[in-house]
Ligand binder design. Structure first.
Ligand SMILES: [Zn+2]
Ligand SMILES: [Zn+2]
Length: 378
């Protein structure tokens, strides 16, 4: 393995001092400040705005746009993501994205900059405090062609200071609450944005549901999704990183996805990449089937081979009915594109075929569930 690509242990003093200072002000300074001076409503409003703008710039901008290119965005929007993303003090978009792409490619290995295999604390914040990481951006040549991204990277400290510290304090000064502006929209906001973002690398690689890939350390965790604008569905994200969504079920909290979709309505974002519902379903079923197979491996029950064979054949049947359903759904879409009149026979037949294929899939799924629950879960 190339030693240049591996992180090295060392004290990163600027980070240690910065994180310590913001944490102390947030946890000790803020309560003392409130007790002594109370709240200035404007400062609270600005803190909420800054929390929203910086955390969204990380999830919608740094992560889903720059790192994974899951959609395309207007240059003004890109500028705003870079501006408020810098305010989050999580490195430049180029550096963040390059490390994140490495994380996806080499997850859980020595080359993963925030590998959970090096411990919960390391993955959460230790990797930023006590480790240096190689800076090379071969995996981000696309971003290196983006002049805005490169300007933010080259003058990152200036961008970060202006957007993250100077601007909120200037606004605070104008409205007569300079100390409050330092405590809340700067320090408390930074503490909250940092700690919530870091939960994805630590908590989401430790606990939660392995919905789509049972061997991945990345897990789906609704609570982390709640505090990170929807980034907590990390098992899905590692399985389908090119999808602009992280929470794909109707009840899953993913405001980053909604934000991108709303901007698309206004023409500010476009080419939103989406994995088909059939691929997602197939991945879920494959994960459950694997779980069932693994579970049976350790069982000491009579007729084990017969059960395994039955489960396998039912799963093959399930895959086939899903594939048939997908095929008929595609045919139906093709017929719709022909713009035939609503009650035409061809359209009616295609719709019936699709409905029948869906019914057969549901029926096979129920039979599979019966075997799964009776023999595996029970
Ligand atoms: Zn991850
Ligand atoms: Zn990612």
């Amino acid at each position: 393995m190339n030693t240049l690509t591996i992180s090295k242990r060392t004290m990163i003093w600027p980070n240690i001092l910065f994180f310590t200072a913001t944490t102390l002000v947030a946890l000790i300074g803020a309560p003392l400040y409130i007790a002594r001076f109370g709240f200035h409503p404007f400062t609270i409003g600005m803190t909420v705005f800054y929390l929203f703008a910086t955390s969204m710039s990380i999830t919608v901008g740094y992560h889903r746009l720059f790192s994974h290119v899951t959609y395309k965005a207007n240059p003004i929007l890109q500028f705003l993501f870079l501006f408020f993303g810098a305010a989050a003090y999580e490195q430049s978009a180029l550096c963040w994205s390059s490390q994140h792409r490495t994380h996806h490619l080499y997850v859980d290995t020595d080359q993963d900059p925030y590998s959970i295999k090096k411990g919960f604390f390391y993955a959460h914040i230790g990797w930023l405090l006590f480790w240096s990481h190689p800076e090379h951006y071969e995996n981000s040549t696309d971003l290196q062609k983006n002049r805005l991204v490169m300007h933010q990277h080259k003058y990152y400290h200036l961008w970060a200071a202006v957007s993250g510290i100077v601007l909120p304090m200037l606004i605070g000064y104008t409205f007569g609450d300079l100390p409050g502006a330092f405590v809340f929209p700067v320090c408390v906001r930074l503490f909250l944005v940092h700690q919530t973002t870091f939960c994805i690398n630590s908590i989401c690689h430790t606990i939660g549901k392995a919905t789509y890939d049972i061997y991945s350390t990345a897990k789906d965790h609704w609570l982390v999704a709640l505090i990170t604008n929807g980034e907590g569905y990390h098992n899905f994200h590692h399985h389908f990183p090119s999808d602009y969504r992280n929470g794909v079920r109707w009840y899953q909290w993913d405001p980053s996805k909604w934000f991108i979709a709303i901007l698309a309505k206004g023409g500010l974002t476009w080419d939103l990449k989406k994995v088909s519902v059939f691929r997602i379903l197939a991945a879920r079923l494959a994960a459950e089937n694997q779980r069932a197979e693994d579970c049976l491996k350790n069982r000491n029950i009579p007729n084990l081979t017969t059960i395994q064979t039955r489960l396998k054949s039912q799963y093959e049947k399930l895959k086939q009915t899903l594939s048939d359903w997908e095929g008929s759904a595609r045919e139906y879409q093709a017929v719709l594109r022909e713009r035939l009149e609503r009650h035409s026979e061809k359209r009616r037949q295609a719709a019936l075929k699709r409905m029948e294929a869906q019914r057969r899939f549901r029926e096979t799924l129920n039979q599979w569930k019966l075997i799964y629950l009776k023999l595996v879960a029970g």
